[in-house]
Design a protein around this ligand. Structure first.
Ligand SMILES: C[S@@+](CC[C@H](N)C(=O)[O-])C[C@H]1O[C@@H](n2cnc3c(N)ncnc32)[C@H](O)[C@@H]1O
Length: 213
């Protein structure tokens, strides 16, 4: 799907938060809260959507999203910016933490986005990527069955089959953990690692910008 089509999917998404609750079996806030624990200092939340991450975090934050409609979908008192993860409209070394929750799989050029996250972080700043991936092979069977449930039942509950096929494919096609960790290292991040939540599809990648450039 092109970036324009992806923008269309999110700009027309209704009841986003209700869907999150139903299709994560109410785990969505638990996963986001795990990410929040790692945030320090001034935060940039990329692909912020309805600003759930910034509104759970008590410190100073900016939310960026490519879709104006997603940014408008909920009122929260933070600075919101319309922009693309691949070309962040911020100066170098501006933030202590950059987070992206369930957003990176929608960005076509993930390498470029991770390089941008590195650029806007201050030295020693932290990158947090929360993402879902449907495993292939035997480990992926529970996730795969779950995804079929999501695809076939979601249109009856809330919306369009096309959008959910897109969301399913984006989870299936998201790179393996090792590939994401390699992208982070190549961008310059140190101490990179990943935390898997149970055997499920959700994981949190963490990396730190080096002190000396
Ligand atoms: C699944 S939502 C996640 C929203 C939010 N982070 C959350 O935790 O609920 C994905 C978001 O990514 C945004 N998005 C997609 N492509 C993007 C891009 N290239 N740059 C910035 N945001 C993007 C969409 O508009 C959408 O709001």
């Amino acid at each position: 799907m092109s970036k324009r089509d992806i923008l269309f999917v999110f700009s027309n998404m209704r009841l986003y938060e209700a869907r999150n609750v139903v299709f994560s079996f109410a785990q969505n806030l638990i996963w986001r809260r795990k990410l929040i624990k790692f945030i320090e200092g001034k935060l940039l939340d990329v692909a912020t959507g309805p600003c759930i991450i910034p509104s759970l975090y008590n410190g100073s934050s900016i939310g960026l999203d490519i879709s104006l409609n997603m940014l408008k979908s909920k009122k929260c008192r933070i600075l919101k910016v319309v922009g693309d993860a691949e070309n962040l409209p911020f100066h170098d070394s501006s933030f202590d933490t950059v987070s992206i929750a369930f957003g990176l799989r929608n960005v076509p050029d993930k390498v470029r986005a991770i390089e941008e996250f590195y650029r806007v972080l201050k030295p020693n700043g932290k990158l947090l990527i929360l993402e879902m991936k449907i495993e292939k092979g035997i480990l992926g069977i529970p996730n795969f069955i779950y995804s079929l449930f999501m695809i076939f039942f979601s249109p009856f509950l809330f919306g369009s089959l096309r959008d959910y096929i897109y969301l399913f494919k984006s989870m299936l096609e998201f790179p393996d953990d090792d590939e994401i960790l390699a992208y982070m290292k190549d961008a310059g991040f140190k101490s990179v690692g990943v935390i898997r939540f149970y055997l499920g599809p959700t994981r949190l990648f963490i990396g730190y910008k080096r002190c000396m450039e």
